[in-house]
Design a protein around this ligand. Sequence first.
Ligand SMILES: Nc1ncnc2c1ncn2[C@@H]1O[C@H](COP(=O)(O)OP(=O)(O)O)[C@@H](O)[C@H]1O
Ligand SMILES: [Mg+2]
Length: 371
Amino acid sequence: MSKLQIKNISKSYSNTCILNNINLQVEEGEFIVLVGPSGSGKSTILRIIAGLEQPSNGEVIINNRVVNNLPPKDRNISMVFQNYALYPHMNVYDNLAFPLKMQHVKKENLEQSITKVSEMLGINNHLRKRPKELSGGERQRVALGRAIIRSPQLFLMDEPLSNLDAKLRTQMRAELLKLHKTLSSTVIYVTHDQIEALTMGNRIVVLNKGQVQQIGTPHEIYSNPQNIFTATFIGNPGMNLFDIKVLDNSDILIYDEKIISNMSSNLKELFTRKNLINKKIKAGIRPEHMKITNSPAAENEANISGNINLLEVLGNEYLIHVSSVFKKQESLFVIKVFGECNLGRNEKINISFDLKKLYFFNPETGERIHL
Ligand SMILES: Nc1ncnc2c1ncn2[C@@H]1O[C@H](COP(=O)(O)OP(=O)(O)O)[C@@H](O)[C@H]1O
Ligand SMILES: [Mg+2]
């Protein structure tokens, strides 16, 4: 029995389709992250699960029961928002007590719950303060406390950490995961931040324009993306893309008729079998799989030369932005280098990569081509 099932959910406002046939199954105790750019429909999905919004089509099923007609208050779901949504005129104690009072919990049990939750979240010294007397992180803890205090069967969190500064966000991520473990709760967590998705989710749902692009574990999503959207959205930075063509009589080419590699006959055979010879294909490579080199390419390696446009220093790693111009077309690559790097802007470099690290996509549909 899965905890939550979203079945063929669609949503339109006037004639605009916001969600297009969403399907998702969430198991008891899972931490699921919905990730996608702004406007991709993440909040709308949460609001439909919570019952704050009705779907145009499809069913929301909780514990095997269709809840489409159940009002939000009867769904036993807690929601945490980006802007905390605390009551400004109430102190922390009363903010935490509010959901329990709504359920007519006895005073004695109420006190016990507040003590337990406030200790768990480290806000027990702030119970008499109002929200405006707290820091962002403390406020977010109170909002979390208010969500967990009545032990709901499902937590929905809509970008709950995006108002926090970077350091606090990292700390709160860890705390949320710890809390999830302690409570063995089922969580649907929304973020636009792919790093947050990769670090937090048991499984990730990648959304774009109201459509599910891919569902999988962080590792699957990163190492086995099924389309161009997922490949470029996930990863920091995302996958590099460039056009290639495999010619009948020669090797793998970058589109501009420049030979970049000597392919083994085995690899070429795979392209032949898929009827991809002489066709334009999108190739993708992760920034960490490209390296700067002076040696010529070995078999099944490719060489590309280019100019450094920009060097980004990220502490112990560098992102090197390279433009590679052939006859007509410019391809832009970002290479990730760990450790020292003594290159400068406008320097000409030679890049190599292993053809086995390449991903291939249909340039029209964006779908992955598995060789
Ligand atoms: N009440 C509404 N009326 C019309 N359009 C809406 C409404 N709510 C959301 N939308 C549109 O639906 C799309 C998805 O919104 P949302 O779910 O908030 O995206 P996300 O949370 O991923 O940023 C956006 O283009 C938004 O403008
Ligand atoms: Mg949103």
